[in-house]
Design a protein around this ligand. Structure first.
Ligand code: OAD
Length: 234
């Protein structure tokens, strides 16, 4: 068990593994998305410039898959943790699904964007809620400014969202917990190295992440099995 005291501040980083038990495929596992699709063809600014309809086809497929998904015991455990810790919990996810929110987490930082939002690729108008799926035979929808509407997703080669808030939460945390992430995609993979030495560093998942040596404690197993009994609040 991990004891959380009254002075602790907890930083949680989740990855695709926490949503695996909800039926959303991970990226690098046996049936992982990046085994069926090439990143550079569907998830990069270059892909968008070259073939925006193909990019929308990919994200429409992901919207369909995610819209049926329900949060699992792992998401619910983290939502309960927020009820105990309030603003002493910082929940940062690399996931673009909304399962943390569906479970009741109210302050989720989506550093790689949100699947059910879109935005203009030209002007600075704010991202908007959008669960539509787009027909690849039809033209990509346009903003009033003439730009094209793109998924609100951080593609490879783009800067993740919320990095300033994330940096200050990392610098202030006393407990860092990474859940279900393979530890290969930057900058998230290096968060643990930043806090190591002054915060407890904990990993939860069924197999070793690439950055396993930076963790002081590993709890092997599925998030839905491990998380409900992992923390004790003192
Ligand atoms: P990966 O697919 O790289 O890794 C998923 C991790 O989840 C693996 O380490 C699995 O062992 C673990 N896992 C599988 N089932 C699990 C379960 N039930 N409970 C806990 N862990 C489990 O996914 P990420 O590390 O999240 O970025 O990938 C990081 C980023 O790479 C993604 O956000 C995405 C991708 O390209 C963008 O699209 C920008």
């Amino acid at each position: 068990m991990v004891a959380i005291g009254p002075a602790d501040r907890v930083f949680i980083l989740t990855g695709a593994g926490i949503s695996a038990e909800s039926g959303i495929p991970t990226f690098r596992g046996v049936n992982g998305l990046w085994r069926s699709y090439r990143i550079e063809e569907v998830a990069s600014p270059h892909a968008w410039r070259r073939d925006p309809r193909l990019v929308w086809e990919f994200y429409s497929m992901r919207r369909c898959a995610a819209s049926a998904a329900k949060p699992n015991r792992g998401h619910h455990a983290l939502a309960r943790m927020e009820e105990s810790l309030h603003d002493r919990l910082f929940l940062c996810t690399q996931n673009v699904d909304n399962l943390h929110e569906q479970a009741g987490s109210s302050r989720v930082v989506h550093m790689h964007g949100e699947l059910f939002k879109s935005r203009c690729d030209r002007c600075n108008s704010a991202p908007f809620e959008d669960s539509a799926t787009y027909d690849p035979q039809r033209a990509v929808p346009r903003c009033g400014c003439g730009g094209q509407i793109r998924p609100h997703i951080c593609w490879f080669g783009e800067v993740p969202y919320g990095l300033d808030r994330i940096a200050s939460a990392l610098d202030g945390c006393t407990v860092f917990v990474a859940i279900g992430t393979s530890g290969v995609v930057e900058p998230a993979a290096s968060f643990v190295a930043r806090v190591r030495g002054r915060a407890r560093t904990i990993y939860v998942g069924p197999e070793e992440p690439a950055n396993t040596l930076a963790f002081s404690e590993c709890h092997w197993g599925k998030a839905g099995d491990v998380l409900p009994n992992l923390f004790r609040f003192e």
